[in-house]
Ligand binder design. Structure first.
Ligand SMILES: [Zn+2]
Length: 115
C-alpha cells in the first residue's frame, strides 16, 4: 500500500491514534510515546506499507497473511483490544471506518509475495 494514498493515511491515522491511547494509559501519561510503543508504531507502519492488499485491505485482525512477527503481533493485539473502545469515544469516525473495513474479507491471497 503506497504511503501517499487515502487508504494508507486513514490506516496510519487509526494506528497512531490507537497506539497513542494505549501508551498514554499504560506507559506514559503525557508527552511522546515510550520507546517500545514508538518502535511498534514504526514497525506497524512499515508492515502497512508492504501490505499486498492495497486499497482493498481488510483489517489486520481478519487478514489471512499474518505478516507481523509473532511477538509484535501479540503486542499489537493487546494495543487494539485496549484502545478499541476508547477510540470509539475519541475518534468515532476513525473507529467506525475501521469497523466497516473489518467486515471486508479478502477473497483470495494476493499473488505478490509478502516481504
Ligand atoms: Zn508505551
Amino acid at each position: 500500500m503506497k504511503r501517499n494514498t487515502t487508504s494508507f493515511r486513514l490506516e496510519e491515522k487509526t494506528l497512531r491514534a490507537m497506539i497513542a491511547i494505549y501508551c498514554r494509559h499504560q506507559h506514559r501519561p503525557a508527552g511522546a510515546l515510550c520507546p517500545d510503543c514508538a518502535a511498534l508504531e514504526q514497525y506497524a507502519l512499515q508492515r502497512l506499507e508492504r501490505c499486498p492488499y492495497g486499497a482493498q485491505k481488510p483489517t489486520c485482525a481478519v487478514c489471512t497473511v499474518h505478516c507481523y512477527e509473532p511477538a509484535l503481533r501479540a503486542r499489537t493485539r493487546r494495543v487494539m483490544r485496549f484502545a478499541g473502545p476508547l477510540l470509539l469515544k475519541r475518534h468515532p469516525l476513525l473507529a467506525l471506518r475501521h469497523l466497516a473495513r473489518r467486515l471486508r474479507r479478502p477473497p483470495v491471497r494476493p499473488r505478490r509475495a509478502v516481504a
